[in-house]
Design a protein around this ligand. Structure first.
Ligand SMILES: [Zn+2]
Length: 177
């Protein structure tokens, strides 16, 4: 069993089993990871203000059959991003991209710095981050009909879709880029 303390951007938090949650984190030291939040309502209510998506949170993790979150403390909530509807929308789409495309359990200093800088300034854009992952949205064709540029990215299949073809896809699997 190993303990880790690292800074993390909270990407999402989802129910997993009864009384449990699963939190997706992009961490400074360990890259993308999922951690269990266990032990029921009391601990969960203590942690939950620190596990808002987009928070920069210092987390303590234990590793044994996967990661378990054992402590969380908010360091930054990025008001420049949160207090502007457009910045907030862009940031939420960006962290969905990070969750889909970042390498698991591998630190990525460049991505980490770009994300923190963008969130501080309120300038996070999905397009910029697609480029960091090696895609160029402006030049990318729709994977279905070949039209350029494609305006949507499907996070599960890593495919690009134009507006008209995208109507065939479930909306919650697509990101506007
Ligand atoms: Zn198309």
């Amino acid at each position: 069993m190993r303990d880790f303390v690292t800074d993390a951007i909270v990407l999402s938090i989802e129910p997993s089993k009864e009384y449990d949650r699963s939190v997706s984190l992009f961490t400074k030291d360990l890259g993308l990871l999922k951690a269990r939040v266990t032990s029921g309502a009391r601990i969960l209510s203590k942690f939950s203000p620190h596990l808002d998506p987009l928070n920069l949170t210092r987390v303590r993790l234990t590793h044994k059959n996967g990661f378990t979150l054992t402590d969380a403390l908010t360091e930054e909530r990025f008001p420049a991003t949160r207090n502007n509807a457009i910045s907030l929308g862009n940031a939420l789409r960006t962290i969905a991209l990070v969750k889909a495309l970042a390498a698991e359990h591998e630190p990525d200093e460049k991505l980490w710095r770009a994300l923190i800088k963008g969130l501080i300034e309120g300038t996070t854009e999905p397009n910029t981050f697609l480029k960091l992952f090696g895609y160029d949205a402006h030049r990318t064709e729709c994977d279905s009909c070949g039209r350029v540029p494609a305006h949507y990215f499907a996070v599960k299949t890593h495919t690009f879709w134009c507006a008209s073809c995208s109507t065939r896809m479930p909306e919650n699997t697509l990101l506007l880029i």
